[in-house]
Design a protein around this ligand. Structure first.
Ligand SMILES: [Zn+2]
Length: 343
């Protein structure tokens, strides 16, 4: 309603500026002008210059000269004046009254939260992961290894010449793919209860369990396993996964990582490798990286598909996140993608 609508009149008490005395008065609103009538006094104010409070009784109008008018409780004109001045009908009040608006606001909040965690944070984690210097990534490897050696791995029982042979398989693949030979190293560990498995640490350390080395039929299958792990390293999946959990860590990495930040990140790595596993998208990306690499290295993807199938057959129902092949329940779908891969 416009303040220039129908005239409104209400009765009340006028408290004049600088006076403890009060006077019976009448206040009218007409054409956007408020007029105060009291004994011996008539004063006018522009509606926009007064301050009206009291959505419930008593309604109070404060004038710019310091005086004020308090309406008589229950005066029917109070509601009309409030309506005319649109007090209590502010945009915020109107919005809050609308359940539809509240629901939309809640949906927007959820959408923004989802946008933050599923789009903005991952999008920010990627460039942050990419700029972490290799020396810091390697320090994460070392710290993670200390924790995993204590909690999960046993010392490798493979003969030294077999270990060397396996190291040669990794070195050959890294060379064929034109990658930085200094970045990569293969470490063999006894996998204890976890059986055949392989892990990529952010700095290029690839840990393969003795059981995996024994399980593969040939070097081609091992190369496939290694190619997948190299994919995790090259695309910095470990660091991305760690950074996705912390906006602060992303900011600290962006301004330049220090030992504290790196140590904090490293403390989360064992859980990524042993419990949570990489995200489904990262596993798919590592699969695609491996397929592309194996094809580029002059091999097909059959050995890759075969080692996946062999593991699935040997360990049906292995819990997600703990077995190399069942990080996610879509292992069959992964095998189909690998076997059908076309560069
Ligand atoms: Zn993986």
């Amino acid at each position: 309603m416009d303040p220039r609508g129908a005239p409104v009149t209400l009765a009340g008490t006028w408290f004049a500026t600088g006076s403890a005395k009060n006077h019976t008065a009448t206040l009218t609103l007409d054409g956007g002008v408020l007029t105060l009538y009291a004994k011996d006094t008539v004063a006018t104010f522009t509606a926009g210059d007064v301050h009206v409070t009291g959505l419930d009784d008593p309604l109070t109008v404060d004038f710019p000269d310091g005086g004020s008018f308090v309406a008589t409780a229950g005066d029917a004109g109070a509601r009309a004046l409030l309506a005319a001045l649109r007090v209590g009908d502010s945009p915020v009040a109107r919005l809050e009254k609308s359940w539809r608006t509240v629901l939309i606001a809640a949906a927007c909040t959820m959408a923004l939260t989802a946008l933050f965690f599923f789009v903005i944070l991952p999008a920010a984690a990627k460039p942050a992961a990419m700029i972490v210097p290799q020396k810091w990534a390697r320090i994460i490897d070392e710290q993670t290894l200390v924790l995993l050696d204590r909690a999960a791995f046993g010392e490798s029982t493979l003969a030294a010449d077999r270990r060397q042979e396996l190291e040669g398989v990794l070195a050959g693949l890294v060379d064929q793919l034109g990658l930085d030979a200094d970045r990569y190293r293969l470490l063999m560990r006894h996998g204890r209860m976890m059986g055949p498995n392989a892990f990529a640490l952010p700095g290029g350390t690839i840990v393969v369990t003795d059981q995996m080395a024994d399980f593969v039929d040939d070097d081609d299958q091992l190369r496939a396993v290694l190619a997948h792990e190299i994919g995790h390293v090259e695309e910095r999946h470990g660091l991305q996964q760690l950074l996705r959990g912390s906006t602060l860590a992303i900011m600290l990495v962006m301004v330049g990582p220090d030992a504290g930040t790196i140590s904090h990140l490293a403390s989360g790595m064992p859980a990524v490798l042993m419990e949570k596993g990489y995200s489904r998208n990262f596993e798919r990306a590592a699969d695609i990286y491996a397929c592309r690499s194996l094809v580029r290295a002059g091999e097909g993807t059959e050995a890759y598909a075969r080692i996946m199938e062999k593991l699935m057959e040997a360990y049906p129902g292995a819990p997600a996140g703990t077995a190399w092949f069942s990080t996610h329940p879509d292992s069959h779908e992964r095998v189909a993608m690998i076997r059908g891969y076309k560069p």
